[in-house]
Design a protein around this ligand. Structure first.
Ligand SMILES: *[C@@H]1O[C@H](CO)[C@@H](O)[C@H](O)[C@H]1NC(C)=O
Ligand SMILES: *[C@@H]1O[C@H](CO)[C@@H](O)[C@H](O)[C@H]1NC(C)=O
Ligand SMILES: *[C@@H]1O[C@H](CO)[C@@H](O)[C@H](O)[C@H]1NC(C)=O
Ligand SMILES: *[C@@H]1O[C@H](CO)[C@@H](O)[C@H](O)[C@H]1NC(C)=O
Ligand SMILES: *[C@@H]1O[C@H](CO)[C@@H](O)[C@H](O)[C@H]1NC(C)=O
Length: 331
């Protein structure tokens, strides 16, 4: 990869902020609002995950280079580099651990060589007014491939980080840096026929449960946990027909990014039934979507922000790829 070239290009990238995408392109209407392109990065940019600040700004992590960006979804053409994390190839899961304090997974993952064991660490970005203070929480040398991250909201200063290759979940105290494996299950392990050794991918803690995807099985499930993050119930399958990357959970449904399937699927948590709400296999609307998050302000709490790799890992119908982008879907 050529991170410096991408860095230079991304500063100049022409973004069509505010453009209305064609709803016929795999998006059911007309009861939904039009999907809107919030920001598009240069070709080659791969967005991996998204978290939302309380002021409404979007924080997005990149895997093609170790950079964290902040995007104001209401102001056209604003993508600000928050921080570049030298010494890593990319950034993955991100979560708000306490008000306006975010943690993220950094490490070495490349398409050609896969994840590099021993390269993984958890970092913290704390916003004071608008100045980010960045420091390392802890190296996790035993991790093989840290991916999804979520806040264990029942316990202060505690996040959970999924190791996709080992198929386990760590809990990390972000104040002391102490960490341990708290969850480990067969449903977390990479599928025998997985193209890359990635099992458990997205994780979200919601109302005493940890929800998770295993991309290649495919599997979307959950497990009830205690305050320390240990399982207190069985690992339950919710849906086994949805290819899932990262996702958002609400009390009644999960909204799951489908990465190579180029769709966002809404899964009903009581029935396990999935409904595609945006995109299709041959559509570029949310091509290579890796994660989603709901807006946090009055103006956009019904907006689902979708981030993508633009089909660069798996081109749409074998031919089309574009720069990673952020798309707003009105749910
Ligand atoms: C990540 O890979 C780069 C380039 O190969 C290397 O210089 C760096 O030391 C690695 N970082 C870690 C944390 O292993
Ligand atoms: C889930 O499915 C049930 C039964 O069909 C339905 O009553 C409910 O409204 C659905 N929930 C959501 C969030 O779609
Ligand atoms: C996608 O395109 C391929 C050919 O490129 C075609 O075989 C397939 O039916 C299409 N699928 C959808 C869902 O449109
Ligand atoms: C392939 O994808 C492109 C981009 O979304 C689309 O314009 C084209 O119609 C697709 N081709 C097929 C055969 O579906
Ligand atoms: C993005 O880059 C790929 C690979 O170089 C190329 O095939 C594709 O046409 C480019 N897409 C756009 C929209 O420029």
């Amino acid at each position: 990869m050529f991170p410096n070239i991408f860095l230079a290009i991304s500063a100049l990238v022409a973004s069509v902020t505010g453009a209305v995408l064609d709803p016929r392109n795999g998006y059911p209407g007309p009861h939904h609002g039009d999907p809107r392109l919030v920001y598009q990065f240069a070709n080659g940019t791969m967005l991996e995950n998204i978290a939302i600040r309380s002021n409404g700004n979007l924080l997005v992590t990149l895997t093609d280079r170790p950079e964290l960006y902040e995007v104001n979804p209401f102001i056209p053409k604003t993508a600000k580099l928050v921080h570049r994390f030298p010494g890593y190839l990319g950034l993955l899961g991100i979560t708000e651990v306490s008000p306006d304090v975010f943690t993220l997974n950094a490490g070495n993952f490349s398409i050609t060589t896969g994840p590099a064991a021993g390269s993984w660490a958890v970092w913290q970005v704390a916003f004071h007014k608008d100045q980010p203070k960045v420091f390392k929480v802890v190296d996790i040398p035993g991790a093989l491939s840290l991916n999804g991250m979520t806040t264990l909201a029942s316990t202060p200063n505690t996040i959970l980080a999924a190791d996709s290759t080992a198929g386990v979940i760590y809990s990390v105290n972000t104040r002391t840096g102490s960490y341990k494996v708290v969850l480990d299950d067969e449903t977390f392990k990479p599928a025998a026929d997985a193209e890359i050794p990635i099992g458990i991918n997205g994780i979200r803690y919601f109302d005493h449960y940890v929800y998770y995807t295993n991309s290649f099985k495919p599997f979307f499930g959950r497990v009830r946990v205690n305050k320390a993050g240990y399982a207190t119930g069985s690992y339950e399958a919710i849906a086994t027909d949805v290819v899932g990357d990262d996702f958002a959970v609400t009390p009644h449904a999960a909204y799951i990014a489908g990465n190579p399937t180029n769709v966002v699927t809404k899964v009903n948590l009581s029935t396990g039934k999935g409904e595609v709400i945006a995109g299709n296999l041959n559509s570029s609307l949310v091509a290579g979507d890796t994660s989603v998050a709901f807006g946090r302000t009055k103006k956009d709490k019904h907006v689902l922000y979708v981030v993508t790799v633009g089909g660069s890992l798996s081109p749409v119908n074998g031919t089309f790829s574009e720069g990673g982008k952020i798309v707003a879907l009105d749910i």
